[in-house]
Design a protein around this ligand. Sequence first.
Ligand code: NAD
Ligand code: TYD
Length: 365
Amino acid sequence: MAARRLLITGGAGFIGANFTHHWCARHPDDRVVVLDSLTYAGNRASLEALEADDRYRFVQADIVDTDAVRALLREEDLDTVVHFAAESHVDRSIHGPAEFVRTNVVGTWSMLDACRLEWPTESERRYHFHHVSTDEVYGSLAPDDPAFREDRQYEPNSPYAASKAGSDHLVRAYHHTYGMSVTTSNCSNNYGPYQFPEKLIPLMIVNLLTGKDLPVYGDGRNVRDWLHVQDHCAGIEAVIERGRVDQTYNIGGDNEWTNIDLVHQLCALMDEAFAADSDLAARFADALPARGQQSAESIKFVKDRLGHDRRYAIDGNKIADELGFKASIGFAEGLRSTLAWYLDNESWWRAVMDGSYRDWVAKQY
Ligand code: NAD
Ligand code: TYD
């Protein structure tokens, strides 16, 4: 395979940053350009280790700005787009849906149209658009329903899910109408390094370390299928390299947990970590285990999220059978290493939470 020239949108976000590191490590001959507007969720600090790498370039721009995207495609002769950029948090979409329509629907249209206008019309597979989407487009499952397959009807319930569903349909339409080479992946809940502490797992870790309550929505019995972000990156890579054009692939962890069981697991891991390392009590004096209490004492059931989907689960047979992909990181191991990452990278999460990483970045570059 000839070297690729990649445009990664949203590469300063959680999954995009992990994917950028993953791709650069595994494809030493490829050019990698990250385009990101650096919203509250985008942190250039997450890509710091690549700043000195000649193969890599960071461009601050908005995906809605079609002309800027077109100019970049031309200037860098980019042939592969991996589209992560999005507003991604369900709770924010409930309070402010407009930004989700702008970024996820209009922004995805803008990315597709920039590619349509700059790439050869009879696009071979060399010019390819991969769209990163979510299992939330399928709606909510009852306890005994079969897991989501790719042919399941779309029934998005939150403004976030609806905006992602709209973007998926645009990707499909650009293949059917203009012949663009496209693939889409619909993934379950991710966790791992560099995740903004508003999503369940990093929020709970940070709240535990800073002595805050752990807010569990409703009865805590909602179920999610958790996948380590490194597995997600490997799944996307398999689709880009070997996926069939115009196909969608579901990516999941075959790893369903109720929120309350997951939070209890995290609490137990936190207590273990404090018991094993006496320095932690000095560093995080407000954490309950630093004061001889158990982390789980800070669990608080709070008012439920509006329209809260009860259960998501992925049927991963298509990507396993066609592309040989299966998640490989066990949940106990993945949670433990994620907690270790947040313990080792306190300055990262403190800076992204208060926005001060921007000053740090301004000093570096
Ligand atoms: P994130 O919120 O951490 O990062 C989003 C990134 O997009 C940020 O760097 C942000 O600055 C950038 N961005 C936002 N608006 C932009 C714009 N208008 N122009 C340019 N850049 C912009 O998101 P994430 O969790 O890394 O999710 C990445 C993608 O994966 C999203 O498309 C999301 O829908 C999808 N996804 C996420 C999960 C999950 O569990 N996090 C699961 C399945 C699918
Ligand atoms: P989240 O990480 O926001 O992902 P998503 O809504 O996309 O699945 O939430 C995961 C689950 O955790 C979801 O059922 C909502 C629940 N949740 C809480 O109970 N408390 C919280 O503070 C958050 C952020 C989420």
